[in-house]
Structure formats: structure tokens, C-alpha cells
Write a protein that binds this ligand. Sequence first.
Ligand code: ZN
Ligand code: ZN
Ligand code: ZN
Length: 115
Amino acid sequence: MGRAFSVRELHAAALPRAPRLGLTTAYRAVERWRETGFIEHAGTREGEAVFVVCGADGHHHHLVCVECGATSVLEGCALEPARAASAAAGFELLDRELGALPARCGECAGAAPDG
Ligand SMILES: [Zn+2]
Ligand SMILES: [Zn+2]
Ligand SMILES: [Zn+2]
């Protein structure tokens, strides 16, 4: 289980070890990782694209905590019932667009006043 990160966060985290690392270089590295499948796009947080490290093969979804960015991988298609219902209605569900499902992790759910 990893945590979704933005390029800016990755850059800030790497700076102590790589003080000369530029933000542009960080963006390029992330783009490369995305192309090789090492990381996947995991939606946005406060308007910034976030990514998640992914070792899963084939079609699958991720849960991404909208509060803290905690992630968990759901192997296989977690939206199968929605797919089937869409197909019955004559639609193809574009669930590849929903690779990252907005969620709230147990820790954040426990901290939320409204549960
Ligand atoms: Zn993945
Ligand atoms: Zn959380
Ligand atoms: Zn799916």
C-alpha cells in the first residue's frame, strides 16, 4: 500500500537527497514512469494530478483516499456490476477512466466528525 503523490510532493521529498533536482526533471521522470507502467495516474487532489506506484497487471482499479492519499489496489474489475448494468442499458461503461476510485481510508473515516 502506497500513498498517492503529486509531482510537486515527489520533488519536495527528493530535494534533501538531490538538491539540484529541478521540478521539470521531476515532471519528466514521472512521465517516464507512467509510460513504463511503474506508476499510474490516480486522479487529482486539490486540482493537482496525483500518481500511485502500481505493480498490478491487467485491468484493475485503485482506491485513493481523498483526504490523505492512502491507496489500495483492487485486483480485477471492482466495477463489474456497474459494467453489467451499463451493458444491459446498451452502454459501455468507460471504467478505465475510473482507474482511481475516490474513497476515504479507515484512518480518515475514524477522524471525520460525521463518520
Ligand atoms: Zn494500478
Ligand atoms: Zn485517509
Ligand atoms: Zn473496471
